[in-house]
Design a protein around this ligand. Structure first.
Ligand code: SAH
Ligand code: SF4
Length: 425
C-alpha cells in the first residue's frame, strides 16, 4: 500500500520561534495504530488520503465531502454510522481510517456550572479545556499547547515547561469533544449547507438553535501565535460552513503579544483579537509578561492599530489582570486610556481579577480598586467590564490551567524562569 500523502503528526509539530525549552520532537503515536486520523485534516487532506488509499479522484471527492459532513456537522465517529456511504465501503474505511477524540482523563463541574476536562493526546501528553455557560452564550476555552514557552509571572500555565504544540486535530478535537459532552450534535436530516464548497465563507451557517456551545476563545493553555499553522488549520475547520460553522465573530484568539505574527493572524485567520496587555509601562510589563523584553508596548500597540479587520464594530480586547499594588493604580488606568487614544485603537478593556494558584507571587487587587480602575476607563469613553471569575473552585479560571504531568520542582521552576528571561533579554 502506498503511503499517505501528508506528513505524520510528529513531523507537523513545528519548532517554535524563540523557544528555549526542550520540545519533544519524537514520534507522536497515531491514535488507532497505523490507521490515519481524519480529524484535523483539511478537506483536500481527506480527499488526498482517500485517493492514496485507492479511490479514484471522483469517488474520493464525493466520499471526502460526505465524510467531512459526518465528522463536523453530525459528530459521527464510526464509519458504520455514515449511512449514505455504501455499506460495503464502510469496513474498508474502518480498516484504514479513524475519527479520533482526545481521551478524557478527568471531567469536573464547578459550583457555578463551569466545566473543565483534563484531556490526553495519543502520546499521553495532557492539556485542559474549559466550558463556561452563560445565560446568552456558552464559551469553550481551548488550549493550543501543552504548557507554554512564555513565563508570565501571574500565570499557572507559565510555570510548566512547554512540552509541545498541539496539532490541528488535537485543537479541533477539543471542540468536537465538547459537542459530544454537551450532547448537541444535530439529530435531524442531513442536508448539506447550500454553499458547502465555499471554505472561506466566514459568515458560517451556524445559529445557536438553543445550543450551549456558541463561542470559542483560544485562551486555554499555551500561546496560540507560537503555534500558528496548527491553530490556523483548526480554526479554518471550526469556521467551515459545512461543519461546525462557527462565525469568525464568535471566535477570539488571545495573544500575549507575539507582534510578528499578529498581521498574519488577522489576514489568514480573521477572528477577533484579544491582547494580554496587563501593564502600561516597560518596567512592569517586562516583569509580569517577559515577552515584553522582545516585543515592547509600542510595537505591540502599533501592531494592534494595524490589525486587519479591527474597527468600531469589532474591537480589540485588551486583557488586563488586576494585581494588587503592581499595575492597578489610578495613574495606570489613565495611562492605559492615553495609550489607547494615542494609537487610535478601536478597543475595549477586559479587567480580569487575578486568579490565585498555589505559590503565585501576586495577590488580586481589592474589589473596590478594580471598580475604581474600571470607572476611570469607562469615564474616558472606553468600555472596561470586570470579568467575573468562573470555575475557580476547580482551578478552571483564567491562568489556573496546568496539567499535572510535568509539574517541575521549585528549583527547576526558578531555573526555567531564569533561562526564559535570559533568552528574551
Ligand atoms: N497565552 C495567551 C492565551 C491564554 S491565557 C495569552 O496570554 O493571551 C488567557 C488570559 O488569562 C490571558 O489574558 C492571560 O494573561 C490571563 N491570565 C493568565 N494567568 C492569569 C491569572 N492567574 N489570573 C487571571 N488571568 C490570568
Ligand atoms: Fe503562556 Fe498566556 Fe500563561 Fe503567558 S499568560 S504564560 S503566554 S498561557
Amino acid at each position: 500500500m502506498r503511503k499517505p500523502p501528508f506528513l505524520p503528526i510528529c513531523a507537523r509539530i513545528m519548532q517554535i520561534p524563540g523557544h528555549i525549552d526542550p520540545v519533544i520532537t519524537g514520534t507522536v503515536p497515531l491514535r488507532g495504530g497505523n490507521r490515519v486520523d481524519l480529524v484535523g485534516l483539511t478537506r483536500e487532506g481527506i480527499r488526498g488520503a482517500l485517493e492514496e488509499a485507492g479511490l479514484d479522484a471522483k469517488a474520493a471527492k464525493l466520499r471526502g465531502k460526505q465524510i467531512w459532513h459526518w465528522i463536523y456537522h453530525r459528530g459521527v465517529t464510526e464509519f458504520d454510522a455514515m449511512t449514505d456511504i455504501a455499506k460495503a465501503m464502510r469496513p474498508w474505511l474502518t480498516e484504514r481510517f479513524i475519527v479520533g477524540r482526545p481521551t478524557v482523563r478527568e471531567a469536573q463541574v464547578s459550583n457555578d456550572g463551569t466545566r473543565k476536562w483534563l484531556l490526553a493526546a495519543a502520546d499521553g501528553q495532557e492539556y485542559e479545556m474549559v466550558f463556561i455557560p452563560d445565560a446568552d452564550r456558552g464559551t469553550l476555552c481551548v488550549s493550543s499547547q501543552v504548557g507554554c514557552t512564555l513565563n508570565c509571572r501571574f500565570c499557572h500555565t507559565g510555570t510548566m515547561r512547554l512540552v509541545r504544540n498541539l496539532t490541528a486535530g488535537e485543537i479541533v478535537g477539543q471542540v468536537l469533544l465538547a459537542r459530544d459532552a454537551l450532547g448537541e450534535w444535530p439529530k435531524g436530516t442531513m442536508a448539506s449547507a447550500p454553499d458547502a464548497d465555499d471554505e472561506d465563507d466566514d459568515a458560517g451557517h451556524y445559529t445557536a438553535d438553543g445550543r450551549m456551545l456558541t463561542n470559542i476563545v483560544m485562551m486555554g493553555m499555551g500561546e496560540p501565535l507560537y503555534n500558528f499553522d496548527e491553530v490556523k488549520g483548526a480554526l479554518k475547520i471550526v469556521m467551515d460552513g459545512d461543519g461546525l460553522a462557527l462565525s469568525k465573530r464568535r471566535i477570539t484568539l488571545s495573544t500575549s503579544g507575539v507582534v510578528p505574527m499578529m498581521a498574519r493572524a488577522g489576514e489568514e485567520i480573521g477572528v477577533n483579537l484579544a491582547v494580554s496587555l496587563h501593564a502600561v509601562n516597560k518596567e512592569v510589563r517586562d516583569e509580569i509578561v517577559p515577552l515584553n523584553r522582545k516585543y515592547g508596548i509600542e510595537d505591540l500597540l502599533a501592531a494592534c492599530a494595524a490589525y486587519p479587520g479591527a474597527n468600531n464594530a469589532r474591537r480589540i480586547t485588551f486583557e488586563y489582570v488586576m494585581l494588587k499594588d503592581k499595575n492597578d493604580s489610578d495613574a495606570d488606568a489613565r495611562e492605559l486610556v492615553r495609550l489607547i487614544k494615542q494609537y487610535k485603537l478601536p478597543a475595549k478593556v477586559n479587567l480580569i481579577p487575578f486568579n490565585p494558584w498555589p505559590g503565585a507571587p501576586y495577590e488580586c487587587s481589592s474589589p473596590e480598586r478594580v471598580r475604581a480602575f474600571s470607572n476611570l476607563i469607562f469615564e474616558a469613553g472606553i468600555s472596561a467590564p470586570i470579568r467575573t471569575p468562573r470555575g475557580r473552585d476547580i482551578m478552571a479560571a483564567c491562568g489556573q490551567l496546568k496539567s499535572a504531568a510535568t509539574r517541575p520542582t521549585r528549583a527547576e521552576l526558578d531555573r526555567i524562569a531564569a533561562e526564559k528571561q535570559a533568552a528574551l533579554g
